[in-house]
Design a protein around this ligand. Structure first.
Ligand code: ATR
Length: 290
């Protein structure tokens, strides 16, 4: 990959994670910086959990523009930051840090990125019924964004019912959305899916090409959108089965793109070059798959 022209003016943006070798973000952001002729470079940093406080301190010491934050630091980083955005506070997780003259602001662009990907498909979750599968960090960010967007009802289905119940309990008074929790196997029952506009897989099932548990795909309305947050592989068992039932599908690439675009705008205070970022993302995913 072509590296930027680096000189004394170059500023650094990074990503903290462990592991980090799989990250797609450098390709996306470096393409964006080049397209906007910004003197920035985006670098992956392997940060072990025990080193996180020192790594955060280095954002200030090295005058980094900011960082993205990924597994396993999204929640643990919070005590080391100076302020949090509303979304980060609500999710209890940070995926983007902005360094404003030594003050570190924790942001979370995952939920807004998710909503942006729905918007570009012409789907507004307002007053809609949604089935959310999973109860981990990804499900939390999506649930918060859907409640804030005014969804009518969200059914959280999860393998471990207690985790779905805990999620629903946490956010039951956030908005006017009716929240329910069910065990994952209840989604074999057509009645729960009959009025769904959107079914989102927020679990890791499919990451290693595993089969997705049975679900009454054909019971959903014909235009119900099946959304898998996973972006590799792009056609998971969940989406394959939805396609076989002739339902529209979307994979996690557009959410990844939009959360990145929002982070780019926070760091640079300029609109993100979305097409350039999408092309770079697809290119890096294709080269990995091939
Ligand atoms: P993330 O932060 O990416 O959301 P996570 O917090 O580890 O990851 O959550 C993973 C989600 O995938 C959980 O909802 C988990 O279900 P449990 O709460 O029952 O653990 C779900 N998940 C993982 N493996 C699964 C499997 N084989 N079958 C069904 N659900 C699974």
């Amino acid at each position: 990959m072509a590296i930027h022209h680096l000189d004394g003016q170059t500023r650094v943006v990074g990503i903290f994670g462990d592991p980090i070798a799989h990250t797609r973000s450098p390709a996306m952001h470096n393409a964006a910086f080049r397209a906007r002729a910004l003197p920035y470079v985006y670098v992956p940093f392997l940060v072990h959990p025990a080193d996180l406080p020192k790594a955060v301190q280095s954002i200030r010491a090295l005058h980094l523009i900011g960082v993205n934050v990924t597994v396993p630091h999204k929640e643990r980083i919070i005590p080391y930051l100076d302020t949090l955005s509303v979304e980060a506070k609500l999710c209890g997780a940070v995926n983007t840090v902005v360094n404003r003259h030594g003050t570190l602001i924790g942001e979370n662009t995952d939920g807004r990125g998710f909503l942006a990907s729905l918007r570009e498909r012409g789907l507004s979750p307002r007053r809609r019924e949604i089935v959310l599968i999973g109860a981990g960090g990804a499900a939390r960010a999506v649930l918060v964004s859907l409640v804030r967007a005014g969804s009518a009802r969200i059914i959280v289905a999860n393998r471990t019912l207690a985790n779905a119940e805990a999620l629903v309990r946490t956010y039951c008074s956030l908005g006017n959305t009716q929240l329910e929790s069910v065990p994952l196997d209840r989604l074999q029952d057509p009645t729960l899916l009959r009025t769904a506009t959107l079914v989102v897989n927020c679990t890791s099932v499919g990451l290693h090409n595993e089969d997705f548990p049975p679900l009454a795909y054909a019971a959903t309305p014909r235009n119900c959108l099946f959304y898998d947050l996973l972006y590799q592989p792009t056609l998971t068992s969940f989406l394959r089965q939805a396609r076989a039932a002739r339902r529209p599908v979307i994979d996690g690439r557009r959410m990844l793109l939009h959360q990145g675009a929002l982070a780019f705008s926070l760091w640079t205070r300029t609109p993100a070059p979305l097409t350039v970022m999408a092309r770079a993302l697809n290119h890096t995913l294709r080269s990995q798959a091939g």
